[in-house]
Design a protein around this ligand. Structure first.
Ligand SMILES: Cc1ncc(COP(=O)(O)O)c(C=O)c1O
Length: 386
């Protein structure tokens, strides 16, 4: 039978990350610095809680919104940590990771043709989710000259023609760049001026190294503008549990919950129970993982600069985004040749935007020893380019 696939889906480009990783599959002795997930397993007490929940027979659906206890804990955590107040009944939805939260926000809030501003380099799922929801993406380019940071002026100019939404991700995948409270406050003024909805993906908030993370919703006058997305994947090394949360104004959360209840029903119960344990007792492990990422960050950025791949110091997440101009080839050639010749896998910059071809993304969510060996191999690869 000839399947007539949805035109939107047919036009959608496959994820640049996945495409590249199909190449890696099946190769032996590859050091993979490609995947965007912690190399730690979830802390034992969290896994134990998940196991115990199964032993106790927790195998059912939960409330669509997520378990009340988990929503209460998230509300308590956000208040204690950031002074953010969300009503666990109506302003918090438990999602299947930030990924689902993003999709729900787009589908619940956009009408066909609504303009959405998205900074580039961009996390791979933003543009497809906006487009699937019928929105129109306007890309706001950032580059090393402004430290890969979006400026208020850029947003102001782009929003002048009627944008509805801005998507912000900090600390950022792939650049690792984050924003200080002062920088966010300047952006907030423009968000207010143009009455934008701000979808704020803060999944790497715990991995902010050089200054305190400020949630966008905690800025003066911003709570009503923000759909705040976060989750357990990165900070607690819980990617496989698939639990995240969306907080926002009642109306937005109610609309998102409507879609969620028909498409997902609820996030997995054992994941939700593990997440409760994470919030209760997980902070020491989060801090220990953060210290280790920070140690690796300092090492890898120094090492990349030493071998001629200039790289800014990322303020958060676990990615380095070095410039590969010195190798004089496209990012796809760089990544493919490095993989073939030296068995190091990283992600070509073009996966994150058409103008990112002078860059590659290196994940330092890999052991210190792996990073050292990878740097030695990259150094030898670069020496052969001369
Ligand atoms: C910026 C960003 N947002 C969202 C996600 C997905 O997170 P989750 O596992 O919570 O769906 C990722 C994963 O790599 C990410 O880098």
């Amino acid at each position: 039978m000839d399947y007539h696939i949805s035109k939107k889906v047919e036009q959608m480009a496959p994820s640049g990350i996945r495409a590249f990783f199909d190449l890696v599959l099946g190769m032996k002795d590859v050091i993979s610095l490609g995947v965007g997930e912690p190399d730690f397993v979830s802390p034992w007490h969290i896994r134990e809680k998940a196991i115990y929940s199964l032993e106790q027979g927790f195998t059912s659906y939960t409330s669509n919104k997520g378990m009340p206890q988990l929503r209460k804990q998230i509300a308590g955590f956000l208040k204690a940590r950031y002074g953010l107040r969300y009503d666990p009944e109506e302003e918090i939805l438990i999602t299947v990771g930030v990924s689902e939260g993003l999709d729900l926000a787009m589908r619940a809030l956009l009408n066909p043709g609504d303009k959405v501003l998205i900074p580039e380099p961009v996390y791979v799922s933003y543009i497809p989710t906006v487009e699937m929801a019928g929105g129109k993406v306007t890309v706001l380019k950032t580059d090393i000259s402004n430290g890969f940071k979006l400026t208020p002026d850029q947003i102001d100019k782009a929003a002048a023609h009627g944008a509805k939404m801005l998507v912000l991700n900090y600390p950022c995948n792939p650049t690792g760049v984050s924003y200080t409270k002062k920088e966010l406050t300047a952006i907030a003024k423009i968000v207010k001026k143009h009455e934008l909805i701000l979808v704020s993906d803060e999944v790497y908030d715990e991995l902010t190294y050089d200054f305190a993370h400020t949630p966008f919703a905690s800025l003066k006058g911003m709570k009503d503008h923000v759909v705040y997305l976060n989750g357990f994947s990165k900070s607690y090394a819980m990617t496989g549990f698939r639990v995240g949360w969306a907080c926002g104004p009642r109306k937005a959360i109610a609309a998102m919950t409507k879609i969620h209840q028909y498409t997902i029903l609820c996030a997995p119960i054992n994941g939700q129970m593990a997440a409760q344990e994470a919030l209760k007792n997980g902070n020491p492990q989060v801090q220990a993982m953060k210290r280790e990422y920070n140690r690796r960050r300092k090492y890898i950025i120094g090492a990349l600069n030493d071998i001629g791949l200039s790289c800014h110091l990322p303020e958060g997440a676990f990615y380095a985004f070095p410039c590969i101009k010195a190798a004089n080839m496209s990012s796809m050639d760089f990544a493919s040749q490095l993989l073939q010749k030296k068995k190091v896998a990283l992600i070509p910059g073009v996966a994150f935007g058409s103008e990112c071809d002078d860059y590659v993304r290196i994940s330092y969510a890999s052991s210190y020893e792996n990073l050292k060996e990878a740097i030695a191999r990259i150094q030898s690869f670069m020496a052969n380019q001369k």
